[in-house]
Ligand binder design. Structure first.
Ligand SMILES: C[S@@+](CC[C@H](N)C(=O)[O-])C[C@H]1O[C@@H](n2cnc3c(N)ncnc32)[C@H](O)[C@@H]1O
Length: 303
């Protein structure tokens, strides 16, 4: 089958907000394989043949099936992109084969050291770990969560910092399962994850198995938190948009064990204060704030 690769290059004063708004257009119109391509610093030396070209501009890409209705959909993307205030979007398209697009995003995913000891290794790249390294082997497929996005990187570092041996862990919006794998390798006891995207649930399960996480120790469901059983967890992580986080704070609250903590990420700086106010309104105490680029991650516990 043929697909139309749609690329939206964009420029704005607030690039994080622009990324979110342009990506939302792609998600709303149900484009497949949506990825954000962000210029990254050059990968570390020593990656040798792994060091492939990186994007030099910010862009969002996605795929439409090449059907008779595709022109209408593309016109809709253009109309919505043109309506974004203060964001200059340039759209381009090209026809590709199914096999090409399923693999093309891999060129932009490298071995990434998140903390002194926590490393993400894409399953198709080679890496020689140092003594003490905790390595997450990942093939995110079409699910979000490669570790290179600031929101995920902050979550990973905070999971490493906040996890206690044997802790029960819940990942709300698990995507590729990257945070569950990190939690398992850093000593969590039981691991539960959920995502409202069935494809993510499948990919996450495969990634946990690939990392030799015992199937008895984890469970991943396709659902939302309001429909999730009322179990208690020592650590709950949610890397979702700020609006969603605010709406599920009561659900998170009721699933925290005494002394438990929540790591909340996916919050652009413009939303930081609103999330902090919502935390207070919902009976949480803020423990820590971290920032990377335009993104904020918060750690909170019950009052
Ligand atoms: C930003 S990604 C985070 C993925 C991964 N946890 C990480 O940190 O990289 C958000 C994930 O949440 C899922 N999601 C979005 N809204 C959700 C909701 N209301 N309930 C459950 N999952 C949701 C999406 O499908 C996506 O996989």
């Amino acid at each position: 089958m043929k697909w139309i690769h749609v690329n939206a290059r964009f420029e704005a004063d607030d690039m994080a907000l622009a990324e979110e708004l342009v990506a939302q257009i792609f998600f709303d119109l149900d484009l497949k394989g949506v990825v954000c391509e962000v210029p990254l610093p050059e990968p570390d030396e020593g990656f040798g043949s792994n060091a492939l070209a990186q994007p030099d501009t910010h862009s969002i890409s996605g795929y439409l099936p090449d059907l008779s209705t595709s022109d209408l959909l593309f016109a809709d993307i253009k109309k919505k992109a043109d309506a974004l205030k203060g964001i200059n979007v340039t759209l381009s398209t090209r026809i590709v084969d199914d096999q090409d697009w399923a693999e093309s995003w891999k060129d932009f995913f490298f071995v990434t050291r998140i903390t002194d000891t926590l490393v993400i290794r894409p399953s198709w790249r080679e890496f020689e770990p140092k003594p003490g390294d905790v390595v997450i082997d990942l093939d995110p497929g079409m699910a979000f969560g490669t570790g290179t996005h600031e929101t995920t990187a902050m979550c990973l570092a905070l999971v490493q910092e906040q996890i206690t041996p044997g802790a029960s862990f819940l990942d709300v919006g698990t995507g590729s399962g990257i945070l569950m794998i990190a939690a398992a390798k850093l000593g969590a006891g039981t691991l539960k994850g959920l995502d409202n995207d069935e494809a993510a649930v499948q990919i996450a399960g495969k990634n946990l198995e690939h990392n030799r996480i015992s199937p008895q120790s984890f469970e991943i469901r396709c659902t939302t938190l309001d429909r999730y059983p009322h179990e208690k967890f020592d650590l709950v992580v949610a890397n979702i948009l700020a609006e969603v986080i605010i709406s599920i704070l009561p659900e998170i609250h009721s699933r925290l064990a005494p002394g438990g903590r929540a790591i909340l990420s996916g919050i652009i700086i413009a939303w930081e204060e609103r999330v902090k106010t919502a935390l207070e309104d919902n009976g949480f105490t803020l423990v820590k704030t971290t920032t990377q680029g335009e993104w904020v991650a918060l750690v909170a516990e019950l009052v």
